[in-house]
Design a protein around this ligand. Structure first.
Ligand SMILES: [Fe+2]
Length: 329
């Protein structure tokens, strides 16, 4: 059985852009825990992270107006997401599952509760929610820890004569998430190139905590209430107390017509490269090594860039907003 962030697990990313206002955060705090409790009804549910976008990587000037952190400082973001100046604000919520079917099944079985909770939040949404589902193709992600856990975890590793893990502090790190579209036929070479690049970065780049490579499998329809009309309109005729009776989407019904994310991927295959960093500076300079370090540039050019369907890869930066700290490793 797959547990936590491990090769083969499914990872759904619920993507919404929300109004950057105190009411949005108040709602997130009120509704978020109820969604988590409901999700935990599904035995195939392994854990979650919610991330708020802080900015984007300027990529040596290609996206020259982009800033990693649109706030006074990283500390200001950790203190309160209200200090972020992006509006709307991207809220991307990861949930991890034994397989893609477990995610679809949870949304089908918990449909009425989730409908009520989601409907209560729609007035803060500017775009979305959309929910692509990925498979963790490869990963090297240490477990989450707090400062007090560090000596114990390091001591255990040394006692077992293992290499000590990188320190991955709960709620205190940044994610760089790069969208990569790959030309047909280049998928295997791209995967190998990504792994070579990330292994080199993890070994050598200061502050690089861990990484995973995600391959898009499709998108969920029911989870984002993309119901076949007229049920779609019925969603909008209530504040949440009266979910549409129909759970049919334009792709049919879970369990009868499909068991995996039904919306096809289309176009060139999409992969996400998820990397975690201890600070804005280590993230900025670490990712930039693929351009300014001759050896890494060659590995990345030949193994990754040469197989892309769309150049360059685009890197959004996120900070954790909420996370499951126990099972997520
Ligand atoms: Fe979901």
């Amino acid at each position: 059985m797959v547990r936590g962030i491990k090769k083969g697990a499914a990872l759904a990313i619920n993507q919404a852009a929300i109004a950057n206002a105190p009411e949005s955060f108040e709602k997130m705090q009120r509704v978020g825990p109820k969604v988590c409790l409901t999700t935990a009804n599904e035995p195939g549910f392994l854990g979650f992270h919610a991330f708020l976008q802080t900015g984007a990587h300027p990529l040596g000037g290609r996206f020259g107006a982009a800033k990693l952190i649109n706030a006074d400082s990283m500390e200001a973001v950790m203190e309160s997401p209200l200090n972020l100046r992006l509006d709307p604000l991207n809220l991307w919520q990861y949930t991890v599952w034994e397989d893609a079917e477990a995610h679809e099944r949870m949304h089908y079985e918990q449909y009425e509760r989730i409908f009520e909770l989601c409907a209560g939040c729609l007035d803060m949404v500017v775009d979305g929610p959309w929910e692509p589902v990925y498979r963790i193709l490869e990963e090297d992600m240490p477990r989450l820890m707090g400062m007090t856990d560090v000596p114990r975890i390091m001591g255990q590793a040394m006692a077992q004569q293992q290499q000590p893990p990188k320190i991955r502090l709960a709620m205190k790190r940044l994610v760089a998430l790069g969208e990569h579209y790959v030309k047909e036929g280049g998928e295997q070479a791209f995967t190998d190139g990504v792994v070579r690049t990330l292994e080199k970065l993890k070994e050598n780049a200061p502050g690089m905590i861990g990484w995973m490579l995600l391959e898009k499998q499709g998108e969920s329809a029911l989870s984002t209430f993309q119901l076949a009309p007229p049920a779609f309109w019925e969603c909008l005729e209530t504040l949440g107390a009266n979910p549409p009776e129909s759970r049919r989407t334009n792709y049919g019904e879970f369990g009868k017509d499909y068991n995996t994310p039904p919306i096809p991927i289309g176009g060139p295959k999409q992969y996400l490269v998820h990397t975690e960093w201890e600070s804005p500076d280590t993230l900025l300079f670490g990712l930039t090594l693929t351009g300014v370090n001759p050896e890494l540039r060659r590995i990345h050019d030949e193994g990754v860039m040469a197989h892309l369907a769309r150049l360059p890869p685009y890197y959004r930066i996120f900070a954790p907003a909420m996370e499951d700290m126990i099972f997520f490793h």
